[in-house]
Design a protein around this ligand. Sequence first.
Ligand code: ADP
Ligand code: MG
Length: 379
Amino acid sequence: MASVREIKLDAPEESGAEYVIEVENLVKRFGSKYAVDDVSFKIKRGEVVGFLGPNGAGKSTTINVATGYISSTSGSVRICGHDVLDDPTEAKKLIGYLPEQPPLYVDMTVSEYLNFTYELKNCRLNRKKHLEEIYEITKTGDVRERLIKNLSKGYRQRVGIAQALVGNPQIIILDEPTVGLDPKQVIEVRSLIRALGENHTVFLSTHILSEVEVVCDRIIIINKGKIIADEKRDAISSIVSDNRAFIAKICGPSREVLSMLRSRAGIKKVERRPETDGDARAYLIESEQGIDIRKSLFYALAENNWPLVGLEPVGEDLENVFIRLVDRADSGKRRTTKRRRALIEEDAPAAEESTGEGATTGEGAATGESAPSESEEEK
Ligand code: ADP
Ligand code: MG
């Protein structure tokens, strides 16, 4: 794929705006469900930003609103200063968009489809040269005369990216571009994204943390409709290295060893591991952020006469960080929900005393607010 780096679209014509995407207090509700719940972020020209979150987090909904494909319940999106609601034509012109389900006309050949897209977008670039470049970049040239319906998933996805590139828009938005691809195709698409990132602003969603690690310089993490982290990639990596986990191999009665470890300050989490080493058993020990527990662990085990025969750091990958960030956001929410419930209960006697209507409204409002997050937690 080295060739991708050499062949690339020219830098597109750009507006003067510093922020090319500005999402402000975006809310999208489907019935009573908040798919996107007060989301704000700004993306600078030239950034390659990963929008990360588990399935159902609200990525596609955010993107569909940002690209003007669906309306929002409230909040605003500006693309290079153009509001997507007030000025959808201008805003859309600046974006090349690959939706989760690429809008492919399966009865067309690739070439017919790209020509059709060229006309649809009212493209003014030299048609032959421009489309040839797109074939090159997306490696779709060899299937240009094939019907789209006969293409493999990998090729269809590349044709989807190709249609997004027609017109050479300065902002490329890709919704889960590597879903359903085989490992080789994933590598190809990622390197294509990196190449595009050299002279375009790229915003791509994914539920795979390693994906953003490879291609993005900034990561916005969304969960249950809310942004839970917005960091430079390096900052995310430093959260990783601050959190230390070890596999300790310890000889001793495992129940007692476990309870001793769990009661020690500085240790956040202990788990039995299936591995054994002679009569030693393995434990995964995670320390609190910024605390080195190795020495105190050694002394505590020595005191109990439980030999420590191995202590190995576990490299924590971004997947774990992601899970932890999601957990942290969730437990924060549970605490709030609990606190709210406690407040409601505290209020209850007073509510009973007061006459019907006022009390019902107050209580209803409070439970109404916490209800969606509770039902989601059950999922
Ligand atoms: P993601 O792309 O992160 O997987 P989505 O944005 O597709 O998540 O969905 C966010 C939430 O909104 C999900 O719970 C989903 O079921 C819900 N949702 C999305 N689109 C609709 C819709 N058209 N009608 C009702 N609920 C929807
Ligand atoms: Mg999605």
